[in-house]
Design a protein around this ligand. Structure first.
Ligand code: ADP
Ligand code: ZN
Length: 709
């Protein structure tokens, strides 16, 4: 039926090409090979079992752990005109019955089920009927790490899936997960009884994610607010505690952002309500503890903020990875402060088991390495997953604005000797005040305006001194007390610096001076306005069908529409994400918005110049071109150029007085034949009995009528 897999891809899903790895997996799936596919979130796992399901005879069973996820996937498939359905506890008897009948009638290619249902006696006999009739062509197990106790989401029901292997020995099993560890991989193969499984381990690089780390201080809420205001689309803000979630959500709401809280302390009903509002784009931002995530399949999350420190680099990766599953640009921002490290450190100290403490501390250090790292952030993340990445990704703050390493030994010496003068009894802020010669009360009170280091650090700003102190702390070149006062103390390393036995290098954050906003071309600006209009239309359609907007079209499809501005069905169907079914269903609606928009965007007709207006006035007083030329002291040809331009601008020029209608007709025919070419070409075609001036004037009129022709 299809020449190649690409045309099948376009037919069923509207996409033009496969993502990395998909093609090979699909080919092996079509060969009935058992598979274990490890692909990061957003890699496009679903397609790897969906496309083979559509190309094979019979039914594919998809095991999925979450009811909400199931419904989403089925909605999305149905919206592509694909026969898919699910069976779970949310359906009443009659509905379940009618779905089973549709399956037996061969109308369904993909059936989603929860693992617990799959193993009931009744369902088994139903499956046997399917297997003996239509045939069971594959069993795909999504979130397969749930089978492993070593994974982060063990579900005992998954263990029983092994029975499927013995029950349907001929049917290939495909297991999918985003969890990377080897231990979980081995467990999946063993627990599910996979046979000679081909393992596909995709790169964990998420090229469309942009990583950045911002230092966190008491004004960081405003930084967050500003960032969210600047972003378009939806996003997640992760916080450590429930209290914090409530607080930030409330503040954001107060500041005009549609934000909702999500944490385990909320009633299940409220949680699911908030989640749905987020999925449907009714709320733009969800502020959440890490309880939020698993089971959120929203592909168009555009930004994830970690407002507090994540527990480990693995969890940071998974959480930030919830952005940009659709492959479009998305952003991960981590707010990081030294104080946060202290907080987590304190929590770790409370752990009774020293082994647990050690692991937790190591995980914390990996997060710190990421946050304080001055090399490519992507490199740091991928190194954690055992992948080598060459750096210079161009999509992280360190690559885009590399922080130069500078020698700050002298400054460090100044600071350390100030600590000595103040007898190691103060914290960072006070010491900086002394160094910068502040007149504040506390400095006077302690007599620190009299010490020799008073005012010797004026050449550096407060922020620069803070940057130095943080770096000294992080490099272990000074210490601080753990009692909450954060008093700075000298250690062995500090003394080496003071004795000039050690130099100090720090990565310098440069103050961006008037960093310009990204420059937009008018064309881009135009596309953005249209994009927003298309989003509104998508949202309206989605609400009518009670599905999330991304089920109708992905952001990337809308973006392409706004850039390419298709004019007809044919052009519309070339957009990635548009297949025939979507064209039929939505083409007219989207095309009509696009057309209205392009029409409204056409350049306004320019207004006549002063000189042209003077010509127009004399023309309206009844003077002919020659008379106007004489009166104004211009060449006749200039006046005719004015008249032609005036006509083009739809100004009231009496064309019939200037050129006889039959001559107009001949000139218009020549333009129609040759197009809007040079006057010379037109005159050559018309012959010498037509003057340049006449042609110019008629061409002006023709141009004003162009849309009508
Ligand atoms: P995963 O399950 O691996 O997190 P999904 O299967 O949900 O990822 O796919 C993520 C998004 O990418 C979905 O919106 C999907 O429609 C889209 N997608 C998948 N494959 C392609 C492709 N070949 N071209 C364009 N978009 C794709
Ligand atoms: Zn980088």
């Amino acid at each position: 039926m299809f020449n190649d897999l690409e045309s099948a891809l376009k037919h069923f899903f509207g996409y033009d090409s496969f993502r990395a790895g998909q093609r090979k997996i699909i080919e092996e799936a079509l060969n009935n090979q058992d598979l274990l596919v490890i692909m990061p979130t957003g890699g496009g796992k679903s397609l790897c079992f969906q496309l083979p399901a559509l190309l094979k005879e019979g039914l594919t069973i998809v095991v999925s752990p979450l009811i909400a996820l199931m419904k989403d996937q089925v909605d999305a498939l149905q919206d592509n005109g694909i026969g898919a359905t699910f069976l779970n506890s949310t359906l009443d008897y009659a509905e379940g019955r009618s779905r089973q009948e549709a399956i037996l009638a061969g109308k369904i290619k993909l059936l989603y089920v929860a693992p617990e249902r799959l193993l009931t006696e009744k369902f088994r006999s139903f499956l046997l009927r399917v297997a003996n009739g239509l045939g069971l062509n594959a069993i795909a197990i999504d979130e397969a790490h749930c089978v492993s106790e070593w994974g982060h989401d063990f579900r005992p029901e998954y263990r029983q899936l092994k029975q499927l292997r013995s029950q349907f020995p001929q049917t290939p099993i495909f297991a999918f997960t985003a969890t990377a560890t080897k231990r979980v991989q081995d467990d999946i193969i063993q627990q599910l009884g996979l046979r000679d499984a081909n393992v596909h381990l995709a790169s964990f690089n998420r090229p469309n994610l942009h990583y950045e780390v911002k230092s966190k201080d008491k004004n960081s809420y405003y930084q967050l607010l500003k960032d969210i205001r600047r972003q378009s689309g939806s996003g997640i803000v992760y916080c450590l505690s429930r209290r914090r979630v409530e607080e930030i959500a409330l503040k954001l709401k107060h500041d005009g952002i549609d934000a909702l809280p999500y944490h385990a302390g909320l009633e299940a009903e409220v949680r699911s309500h908030n989640q749905t509002r987020f999925l449907r784009d009714d709320a733009r931002v969800i502020v959440a503890t890490v309880a939020f995530g698993m089971g959120i399949n929203k592909p168009d999350v555009r930004f994830v903020f970690h407002f507090d420190l994540p527990r480990s680099l693995e969890s940071f990766y998974q959480e930030s990875g919830r952005a940009g599953r659709d492959g479009e640009t998305a952003k991960s921002t981590l707010f990081f402060s030294f104080g946060d490290i202290k907080k987590v450190d304190y929590l770790i100290e409370q752990k009774p088991d020293p082994n647990e403490q050690r692991i937790a501390r190591q995980q914390l250090n990996q997060v710190i390495d990421y946050a304080e790292g001055t090399v490519c952030r992507r490199t740091i993340i991928l190194r954690y997953f055992g992948e080598r990445f060459g750096g210079d990704c161009g999509r992280c703050d360190n690559c885009l604005e590399p922080k130069p390493i500078e020698d700050w030994t002298i400054e460090a010496q100044k600071f350390l000797s100030c600590m000595v003068r103040c007898r190691e009894r103060f914290g960072m802020n006070h010491l900086i005040d002394v160094l910068r010669g502040s007149r504040n009360k506390k400095v006077q009170q302690y007599g620190h305006h009299l010490v020799s280091t008073y005012g010797i650090g004026k050449e550096k700003s407060i922020d620069e001194w803070k940057m130095l102190v943080r770096s000294l702390l992080h490099q272990g070149l000074i210490s601080e007390t753990n009692d909450g006062y954060r008093i700075l103390r000298l250690n062995k390393n500090s003394w080496e610096i003071l004795k000039k036995q050690r130099s100090v290098q720090i990565a310098v954050t440069q103050k961006k001076l008037g960093k310009g906003e990204t420059k937009y071309s008018p064309r881009q600006a135009e596309a953005e306005i249209l994009y927003e209009k298309l989003r509104v239309l998508r949202k309206n359609i989605a609400d009518l069908q009670a599905v999330p907007p991304y089920v109708i079209f992905a952001d990337s499809s809308l973006k392409l529409m706004s850039q390419l501005q298709p004019k007809n069905d044919k052009e519309f169907s070339r957009i990635s994400g548009v297949n025939n079914h979507k064209l039929q269903q939505y083409g007219d609606k989207f095309l009509s918005i696009i057309q209205d928009f392009t029409r409204s965007q056409e350049l306004p007709k320019p207004l006549p110049s002063k000189s042209q207006m003077a010509t127009l006035q004399l023309h309206q007083q009844g003077l002919n071109p020659e008379e106007i030329a004489n009166k104004r002291g211009f060449a006749m040809s200039t006046i005719c150029t004015h008249l032609g331009d005036l006509l083009e601008m739809n100004q009231p020029v009496a064309l019939n007085q200037l050129v006889k209608p039959e001559r107009q007709k001949a000139i218009v025919e020549a333009i129609a034949k040759h197009g809007d070419v040079s006057l010379k070409t037109l005159r050559e075609s018309l012959g010498k009995y037509y003057s340049y001036d006449e042609i110019k004037i008629v061409r002006g009129w023709w141009r004003s009528q162009r849309e009508i022709f």
